[in-house]
Ligand binder design. Structure first.
Ligand code: C2E
Ligand code: MG
Ligand code: MG
Ligand code: MG
Length: 282
């Protein structure tokens, strides 16, 4: 319409764009460029077994490294990518890069347990994600059981029936499934029972004021019990203090991640966490 009405109208139209829309527009361009120029990076945060503080896995968290531009965290750019559809391309890149890194560590004889990646609800909703995962696993040579997919509760609850089938196809690939940010959505015990997940990750917001806040203490204990009733292991996110570690251990929580142990690290720095693979038996 603006084009047909001529140049002056077009100028009027662009000038009337809100600042927010303009910001969104340049963010869009910036992210497109980042994908083209391969400017995303994966950093890794250790996941630990609480009883002996053994490394049981690493979570891959995407970072954006663009020279001369202010840093941007995933909480800011993931929603934009979800809205413009580029999350599919980023998700594919994340999957391939994580599989490649996992395979490279294995080839060096380094044990990382499992490598976990985050799946956006958009990837759950759209078809083709299981095919992309299968192809990434095949191309990299990473054994499927070394890969864990983190899906948020809300990502699963959105489209109940389909989600169950989707998770079934993922499990058939041999990958492990974890529920991320547990407690922030609305899943019932009955509902969770139908999903073939092997881990619940208690959202950081519940862990923050534990011990101390009786309400949150109660919620954390309930979530641990829920997991255990389903035969699912429980990991607490956002652990920052020794007191939190103590509380979680005392209440039977198996695993944790958080700044208390380590912040997310570039792959080269994560290496100091990795141990030689135990020799194959037989
Ligand atoms: P998430 O999957 O729940 O990841 C955990 C977030 O908590 C990470 O933030 C991590 O750096 C942060 N964190 C870990 N330990 C602590 C702690 O002790 N204290 C505090 N304050 N924070 C802690 P990050 O890396 O900024 O990622 C934010 C969210 O962005 C992630 O939440 C995830 O939902 C999303 N995300 C990150 N990478 C990807 C990705 O590759 N794909 C998709 N779809 N989403 C991603
Ligand atoms: Mg996660
Ligand atoms: Mg989380
Ligand atoms: Mg989160």
């Amino acid at each position: 319409l603006a084009k047909r009405a001529g140049r002056s109208t077009f100028r009027y139209y662009t000038e009337s764009l809100t600042t927010a829309a303009q910001a969104r527009l340049s963010m869009d361009t910036r992210l497109r460029r980042a994908l083209e120029r391969d400017e995303f990076e994966l950093w890794y945060q250790p996941l630990l077994q609480l009883s002996d503080r053994r490394l049981i896995g690493v979570e891959a968290l995407v970072r954006l490294r663009q020279p001369d531009l202010p840093p941007l965290g995933p909480a800011e750019f993931i929603p934009v990518l979800e809205e413009n559809g580029l999350i599919i391309a980023l998700g594919d890149w994340v999957t391939r890069e994580a599989c490649r890194q996992g395979r490279a560590w294995l080839d060096e004889g380094l044990d990382f347990g499992r490598i976990a990646i985050n799946l956006s609800p958009v990837e759950v909703r759209r078809g083709g994600t299981d095919e992309r995962l299968r192809s990434a696993l095949l191309a990299s040579g990473l054994p499927a059981e070394r890969l864990e997919l983190e899906i948020t509760e809300s990502g699963l609850m959105e489209q109940s029936g389909q989600a169950e089938q989707f998770l079934g196809r993922l499990r058939a690939l041999g990958v492990q499934l974890a529920i991320d940010d547990f407690g922030t959505g609305y899943s019932s015990l009955a509902y969770l029972k139908r999903f073939p997940v092997s881990k619940l990750k208690i959202d950081r917001s519940f862990v923050r004021d534990v011990p101390g806040d009786p309400n949150d203490e109660q919620l954390v204990r309930t979530m641990i019990a829920m997991g255990h009733n389903l035969g699912i292991s429980v990991l607490a996110e956002g652990v920052e203090t020794e007191a939190q570690v103590r509380y979680l251990l005392d209440n039977g929580c198996e695993a944790a991640q958080g700044y208390f142990f380590s912040r997310p690290l570039p792959a080269a720095e994560l290496r100091s966490w990795l141990r030689p693979m135990p020799p194959a038996r037989g």
